[in-house]
Design a protein around this ligand. Structure first.
Ligand SMILES: [Zn+2]
Length: 94
């Protein structure tokens, strides 16, 4: 996993401290690990066709950090669940 430092924008592959500016990245790193775990749980739900649980996990993911990946996966799960209107994202993020 590569984590972009919120202070200096350097890419970091090791936890806890930015390799360039030495900022403490432990909280951000833990959030990203939590997100990866939630993405894994979403994949399990999709394999089991448990779309309501997958959508709940995606809402948790969006609360941690919402991004295009979460938006697209949420739309795809809504399509799989038959919620075609809910799958519409409107204008895409830039
Ligand atoms: Zn940095």
């Amino acid at each position: 996993m590569i984590l972009t430092c919120p202070v200096c924008q350097a890419g970091n592959s090791a936890p806890n401290q930015c390799r360039r500016c030495k900022a403490d990245l432990s909280l951000v790193w833990n959030l990203e690990l939590q997100r990866q775990s939630l993405f894994g749980q979403v994949r399990v739900c999709l394999a089991e066709k448990n779309y309501p649980r997958a959508l709940n996990l995606l809402a948790e993911l969006a609360q941690l950090r919402s991004d295009v990946e979460v938006d697209k996966l949420t739309a795809a799960v809504r399509l799989l669940a038959g919620d075609f209107a809910g799958a519409y994202l409107g204008r895409p993020r830039e």
